[in-house]
Design a protein around this ligand. Structure first.
Ligand code: ZN
Length: 234
């Protein structure tokens, strides 16, 4: 292999390493975003549950007011029943008394049902508050771990970029230019060896004459099939 090609392959190794590190860097942010989204979701549910508790508590106050009103009605009916003279009046007063007692029972049942819902909702609120708190702790940990990963990857990119500058200086400028033009477009492996008479990336056959000149001069040739740069390996 021509020494210029060898130098270029070393540069390509650095570029591939930098791409891999950049891909890892790009994966860091979505992890935190996902966690923030999850927290926002739980937090919104928590707010809804708290509002629902408030609404039920307001209903509960109304229900207790109705119990009081109905109890007063029942007491009045009781007094009326006790004070009537004739049997006919007594009968009507009894009907009235029983009706008001039923009203008291119904409003008490309502209040019990509302209290049941309030208890359930308060449990939900407590669960969600615990979830939000756990996510907050997790977020602090994740932020710290992402921050550490980010700093480490940035340092690795800087180190790879520094090595790359040194290695790129060993490649003839013209060859480096051709490589850069293709690499920027591909953002992936750019230089491939010939395999037999063909491009090792796509298997397109390369004419004998071009292969001969590649072998003698170490020049790169662009594959007409897939656009990568080819070199003669032997
Ligand atoms: Zn090809």
């Amino acid at each position: 292999m021509h020494p210029d090609v060898q130098s270029l392959l070393a540069v390509q190794q650095d570029d591939l390493q930098i791409y891999a590190l950049e891909a890892q860097l790009a994966q860091l942010a979505p992890r935190l975003t996902a966690l923030e989204k999850e927290r926002a979701k739980v937090s919104a549910s928590l707010e809804r549950a708290k509002k629902a508790v408030e609404a039920e508590e307001s209903r509960q106050r109304e229900a207790r007011g109705r119990i009081e009103t109905h109890k007063q009605l029942a007491e009045r009916s009781q007094r009326q029943y006790e004070s009537v003279g004739s049997p006919r009046e007594a009968n009507a007063a009894l009907v009235q008394l029983e009706q008001t007692k039923r009203m008291v029972e119904e409003s008490e049942r309502d209040a019990d049902q509302i209290q049941g819902r309030i208890n359930e909702l308060r449990h939900q609120v407590a669960d969600m508050e615990a979830q939000v708190a756990a996510l907050d702790v997790q977020q602090v940990e994740t932020r710290a771990s992402l921050g550490a990963d980010h700093a480490r990857l940035e340092a690795e990119v800087a180190e790879a970029a520094r090595k790359r500058v040194e290695r790129a200086a060993m490649v003839p400028p013209r060859m480096l230019n051709i490589y850069e033009r293709v690499r920027v477009r591909r953002r992936a492996e750019t230089v491939f060896p010939l395999r037999g008479a063909s491009c090792s990336a796509c298997d397109t056959a390369i004419p004998t004459q071009r292969r001969a000149s590649m072998a003698s001069s170490g020049a790169l040739e662009m594959c007409e099939g897939c656009g990568v740069l080819l070199y003669a390996a032997e």
